[in-house]
Design a protein around this ligand. Structure first.
Ligand code: PLP
Length: 551
């Protein structure tokens, strides 16, 4: 593709907006103008911004004030950063370094022009990755699956462009973990190259930058799941740790002998074992909501389980074996009639469906970053403010205290109370970048496209002789489970990898009760993301057919 997005920038200038932009830049310190600048700059990748602006900025624009505005835009709190940028304001924006090169070039115009054309070619060569390839395509209409430019999205995911066992890698193991876009990888690199420090504790510049980046990520999570305050966002390692945190704080304090904990047959082991352990310790009862043959919750049975003894309902938002979306809003409303707390395990929903924790009315919502294109080892516990306020600390150590003597410790309020020790700062920042990326594509667009892929896969897989789809929920995300007659499930997984370069999960998916309820011990589980294609699904269907016919 040529640099056609000059067009949009040019029409922006033609419409007279450029002058407004420059004027606003002169005003500089006014917030409204700053956010407008941010909006404009945010629409371009760093590389593109450099190219486009260098070519198009008129000579008479006051570049110094434009630069100053950008600098302020990226560091609105005015924290001295030694000229470097706070990462939480970086998404889609050029770096200050890049900007100074951009606005104060020490090269002659002619050199600039020739550099530019080769830079432009490199930028759009197939083997280079910018942070937001999909934004380059002016024709990209996310709402229409026929023109959902998946190839453009794929350029943002470097790992996808490799051969495995001599075949193009096909990543269908997205329910286990997702791949990372360049924007996330670059954000991590920049963080370690420029900002790395422990947070909150030191009075130096890098500590201030790291702290701002970390707290900025908390703010992004808050926005993404529509929490009411960043204080409701606790960073943990992932969903498993998050559920354990709630079981060990809320559970230990409020669940007593004879109380009841409700989970469902559709739950992952991460939402079974911690409650089972707690129930044993406290002599409480663990009740399990049954499912039907399609792999769906039986709501009437759930209603029957609820009672004033129910202390907590802890359920998956989306099941990881059949892709079932649970009617969590209804289930939360029902639980609330009995005054029970509700935890939603969002590990499988966060990347596929928009989440609004306030609208849901849950007390806790937990998820793992790695399921939504963010790094491993970072996750989130959302807790309603009034609930977090009454919970005891979980782990003890630094950061979670206000004052310590040998006799007594005064604990911090949430979220610090639950974040003892040095947190995973870089990966939290990476999570913020991943949420930015997903927000730019749009979760609605993502879910529509993934739905299309899933229906396509189910339709074509179902036609294979000897293949049985397991689970058939009406409301589902992009997970498909199947077994092949006479071919052991692990063998199918191994052959798909070896013969077709296809990575998927073949086993019990850490959800043995749900599989056993539908009569199997293991399934083959392709799970799709918005970077997958129907072409890849055709290859899967072809490879499975071949495995079957070779039996
Ligand atoms: C529904 C569900 N809950 C919990 C988990 C555990 O997530 P993690 O291993 O990231 O803690 C998973 C992981 O697959 C999952 O699918």
């Amino acid at each position: 593709m040529s640099i056609e997005n000059q067009q949009s920038f040019a029409s922006f200038l033609d419409a007279g907006n450029w002058n407004g932009y420059a004027d606003n830049a002169n005003i500089g310190s006014e917030w409204a103008d700053i956010s407008r600048l941010r909006e404009i700059a945010g629409g371009f990748c760093p590389e593109e911004a450099r190219q486009i602006a260098t070519q198009l900025i008129p000579d008479d624009v006051n570049l110094e004030s434009v630069y100053a505005s950008f600098a302020q835009l990226q560091n609105p709190l005015g924290i001295s950063t030694g000229g470097l940028v706070l990462p939480d304001f970086q998404a889609g924006l050029p770096f200050t370094d890049d900007l100074s090169k951009l606005f104060f070039p020490d090269v002659q115009d002619s050199t600039k022009k020739s550099d530019l054309s080769s830079a432009a070619q490199n930028q759009f060569a197939d083997n280079t990755y910018s942070d937001y390839s999909f934004l380059r395509d002016q024709e990209f209409n996310y709402n229409n699956r026929d023109v959902f430019d998946v190839q453009s999205i794929r350029k943002d995911f470097p790992i996808l462009h490799q051969k495995v066992n001599g075949k193009d890698l096909i990543w269908f193991d997205n329910a286990a973990t997702t791949q990372k876009p360049s924007h996330v990888i670059n954000t991590l690199t920049r963080f370690y190259q420029q900002d790395n420090s422990n947070i909150h504790r030191a009075a130096h510049t890098l500590a201030a930058r790291s702290t701002d980046a970390y707290e900025g990520a908390r703010e992004k999570v808050k926005d993404f799941i529509h929490a009411s305050s960043p204080d409701e966002i606790v960073f943990v390692r992932g969903t498993t740790e998050g559920i354990n945190l709630v079981a060990q704080t809320y559970g230990r304090k409020y669940i007593q002998e004879g109380d009841e904990i409700i989970i469902s047959t559709l739950d992952h082991h991460a939402n079974i074992v911690p409650w089972q352990q707690l129930a044993k310790e406290k002599k409480a009862k663990l009740l399990v909501i049954p499912i039907n043959d399609n792999g769906e919750i039986i709501l009437e049975e759930y209603e029957r389980l609820l009672s004033p003894r129910t202390k907590i309902v802890s359920i998956s938002h989306v099941n990881n074996t059949f892709g079932t979306i649970l009617p969590v809003k209804t289930m939360i409303d029902l639980a609330k009639r009995y005054g029970a707390r509700v935890l939603i395990d969002g590990a499988q929903s966060i990347a596929h469906t928009p989440v609004d924790v306030q609208e849901l009315g849950c007390d806790f919502f937990v998820f793992s970053g790695h399921k939504i294109y963010a790094p491993n080892g970072i996750g989130v516990v959302y807790g309603k403010k009034e609930v977090l306020d009454i919970l005891p600390p979980w782990q003890g150590g630094g950061n979670m205290i206000q004052d310590v003597t040998f006799e007594e410790t005064i604990f911090n309020g949430p979220p610090a109370r639950f974040e003892a020790g040095t947190p995973n700062v870089a990966d939290a920042v990476g999570l913020g970048a991943a949420l930015d990326y997903v927000s730019r594509v749009g979760l609605i667009n993502i879910s529509k496209y993934e739905h299309y892929l899933t229906e396509y896969a189910r339709e074509h897989l179902a036609k294979i002789d000897g293949l049985r789809l397991i689970g058939n929920p009406r409301e589902r995300v992009s997970v498909v489970s199947f077994v092949l007659k006479d071919v052991p499930t692990p063998e199918v997984g191994r052959l798909l990898d070896k013969e077709a370069g296809i990575a998927l999960r073949a086993g019990h998916h850490c959800a043995q009760p749900s599989l056993r309820r539908l009569g199997v011990e293991a399934t083959v589980r392709p799970s799709f993301s918005f970077y997958n294609t129907t072409d890849e699904i055709d290859k899967l269907v072809h490879a499975v057919r071949k495995i079957q016919s070779n039996r």
